[in-house]
Write a protein of this length. Structure first.
Length: 181
């Protein structure tokens, strides 16, 4: 009963009662400081991945960006290879397989748009269907959602929808083939 903050603490008298009243919220104060410091630390750690900072190097070299238009619909990905901004007419697109071919080390600008519902555009780190995503962005209807990424290693990367979009959602799959430069 002595440690409770709800009692009148009749046993505390004089200086001890004043000291208790001043310091009874130490745990809450320290907990608040700890949480605030932790949030600031996470912000500092995440700063390099914030879009204005993460895309800064790609935006400085805008003439070397390979642009890819992505249209999402229930239950497909339509990839439109627009090529580099220098040679936009020299595109390499295979729309029959809905696959994309890009050179390794080339920065790719994905411009994604949905025509129906929200989709999650996720590029997985290999051709394994259930692998770890390299990156993910929400594809919202009516907006151009932009993401820059540089593929460093050649290989086949799987594109999956990571946002449930209806009954045929698990089959919303495509791929990107990265060739050695």
């Amino acid at each position: 009963m002595v440690l409770s903050t709800k009692s009148n603490h009749v046993s505390l008298k004089g200086f001890d009662k004043v000291k208790y009243e001043l310091n009874k919220y130490h745990a809450e104060r320290y907990w608040g400081i700890f949480v605030a410091a932790l949030l600031i630390w996470f912000w500092i750690l995440g700063y390099p991945w914030m879009p204005p900072v993460a895309f800064d190097s790609a935006l400085l070299e805008s003439q070397n960006i390979h642009t890819v238009g992505v249209t999402a619909g229930q239950w497909y990905w339509m990839l439109d290879d627009r090529g580099n901004s220098q040679n936009a007419n020299d595109t390499n697109v295979n729309t029959n397989n809905n696959q994309l071919y890009v050179k390794a080390g080339e920065t790719v600008k994905f411009v994604a748009r949905s025509i129906d519902v929200n989709h999650g555009f996720g590029v997985l780190s290999s051709s394994n269907q259930m692998d770890v995503p390299l990156f993910q962005m929400q594809v919202v209807p009516g907006f151009d959602n932009i993401f820059y990424y540089t593929f460093k290693k050649p290989g086949i990367y799987t594109i999956r929808c990571l946002e449930y979009c209806g009954w045929n959602h698990p089959y919303m799959v495509s791929s990107i083939t990265i060739h050695a430069a």
